[in-house]
Design a protein around this ligand. Structure first.
Ligand code: AMP
Ligand code: MG
Length: 481
């Protein structure tokens, strides 16, 4: 029986500026931890007849599928505002798998050994962070938010040295591509216009074929990427997701969420929420995500200047006008997204005030972002906070506005499509990871199951809905190195 791999490796055929040809470094004693059978099925892959030992060989890179041509991709990035030449320092792209619908997916190993881009790093990853990426990326996908996916995690049987000795692991990541804003920055930094044109054409071919024959491809690409990334950040704001490390190397051109290092979901609503231990000044705080998206897009625009217009001043003017419009586009989309969360059809002139009043109330009362919307959808949390007079009077105003709806759908139907009952609560994720590290996968599997259906009001899930108790030590996340 065959697995069904069908590799066609277009990126590896680009010139050597774009990548290093390299194989994953074999590992000592791989052991399969988790395989995403549902995702495998979507990709038309079938692993059912294969024993665990062989699966571990496959997903560790010890035994490579036929048709792969593995590479480490070159990219650069602004990390916390500082420009650095980077690249896949601990990842290799096996190749692009084509499914039955002719869709192309990158199949990448993360944690697969050193490459020429590793700088001081060991090229490896630890089990906790790889499972964390698995859990949260799959949760984001279930929330209907574009994201890279996680196909499998193996333990390598080797230790990695961090502050402590940790179990080594490799994640198999699936993405519509790994082309980043930073990929453009890398090529732009080499000042080779031919390579830059190649990258623009390659990207358009792969992600935006509708502008293949447009007059100003670079400008149209910028505009489409802006739309995609704007929509992405709107989705993050909708569910209270804080990416945590929105460096330009972690922003995809496809508009998929990528790089689940220090990300986490917000409990109590506070726009200043930051979880990442290294984000000392809150650059990537919850409410900073939209302006940072714009900032990153401006870096993308800079790469494209030579292709937008031969006259540099004219090119800068055109690109600046486009990027300056981000704020308007974002605000309009955000307002509509919040209307959806509140079950409001149509537009009323007081909608923005109504929405901001609720957010202020949540902030002033330490109300949980997710659960407040669940409460409005009729979930009774038996929480004193929702008996608060201020909240009751806000509900009155809201109900008056709901009465203005003019739609065949009910307000509740709209709310249920936009407000999750379940998000990956930080303490539940930590509990699952701690058990998995000890070899007990039950906690994680249970969590994954609940997270796979976030928009349905499942029974007996209250333990997964509770925020971390207020007053506990502040939750902190770390980059997944
Ligand atoms: P990240 O913080 O995961 O976005 O990674 C930023 C950069 O550091 C990328 O170029 C990674 O490939 C590289 N990197 C992260 N961890 C390691 C590691 N353990 N060994 C080598 N390179 C790494
Ligand atoms: Mg990264």
């Amino acid at each position: 029986m065959t697995i069904g791999w069908h590799f066609d490796n277009s990126y590896s055929k680009l010139s050597k500026t774009f990548k290093e040809d390299i194989k994953p470094t074999p590992v000592h004693e791989p052991e399969l931890v988790i395989l995403n059978e549902e995702l495998a099925k979507n990709l038309n892959l079938n692993f059912s007849g294969i024993d665990k030992k062989k699966l571990a060989e496959i997903f560790s890179g010890n035994s490579l599928p036929d048709g792969t041509n593995s590479i480490a991709q070159a990219y650069a990035g602004h990390q916390f505002g500082h420009f650095t030449m980077l690249g896949d320092g601990r990842a290799v792209l096996l190749g692009e798998h084509i499914d039955n619908k002719n869709q192309r997916f990158d199949i990448q190993f993360k944690g697969s050994g050193r490459t020429s881009f590793s700088r001081g790093g060991d090229g490896r990853a630890a089990l906790g962070p790889m499972l964390r990426e698995y859990i949260i990326s799959e949760a984001i996908n279930a929330l209907n938010i574009p994201t890279t996916r996680s196909l499998a995690v193996v333990k390598t049987g080797e230790k990695v040295v961090r502050e402590n000795l940790l179990n080594g692991a490799i994640l198999t990541r699936v993405a519509s591509s790994h082309i980043r804003v930073g990929t453009f920055q890398y090529i732009a930094a080499t000042q080779n216009l031919e390579d830059l044109n190649t990258l623009v054409d390659y990207t358009i071919d792969r992600h935006y074929p509708e502008i293949k024959s447009s007059k100003n491809k670079a400008l149209d690409l910028l505009s489409l990427v802006m739309e995609k990334q704007c929509q992405l950040v709107i989705n993050w704001m909708r569910v209270g997701f804080i990416h945590g490390v929105m460096n330009t190397d972690n922003m995809t051109i496809s508009g998929e969420t990528i790089d689940y290092g220090p990300c986490a979901f917000m409990d109590q609503y506070d726009p200043k929420t930051v979880f990442s231990s290294i984000d000392k000044f809150g650059r990537y705080a919850f409410s900073n995500q939209p302006p940072i998206t714009k900032w990153n897009l401006a870096r993308f625009a800079e790469c494209l200047i030579p292709l937008i217009d031969k006259d540099e001043d004219a090119a800068i003017k055109i690109a600046t006008n486009l990027i300056d419009n981000f704020q308007n586009i974002y605000e309009e989309k955000w307002l509509n997204m919040m209307r959806d969360k509140l079950g409001l059809f149509g537009e009323d002139k007081d909608d923005l005030t109504l929405i901001n009043k609720l957010l202020d109330w949540m902030k002033n009362n330490n109300a949980d972002y997710t659960n407040t919307f669940c409460y409005l959808m009729g979930v009774d949390f038996d929480d004193e906070i929702y008996k608060n007079e201020g909240f009751k009077s806000w509900i009155n105003e809201w109900q008056k506005r709901v009465k203005l709806n003019n739609s065949s759908d009910t307000y509740l139907e709209l709310m249920k499509k936009n407000n999750p009952f379940i998000i990956p609560r930080n303490q539940k994720v930590e509990e699952a990871l701690a058990d998995a590290d000890k070899g007990n996968l039950e906690t994680m599997n249970k969590l994954l199951k609940v997270l796979s259906n976030p928009y349905s009001d499942q029974k007996n899930i209250i333990e997964f809905q509770k925020p971390a108790p207020i007053g506990n030590e502040k939750y902190q996340t770390f980059c997944g190195t």
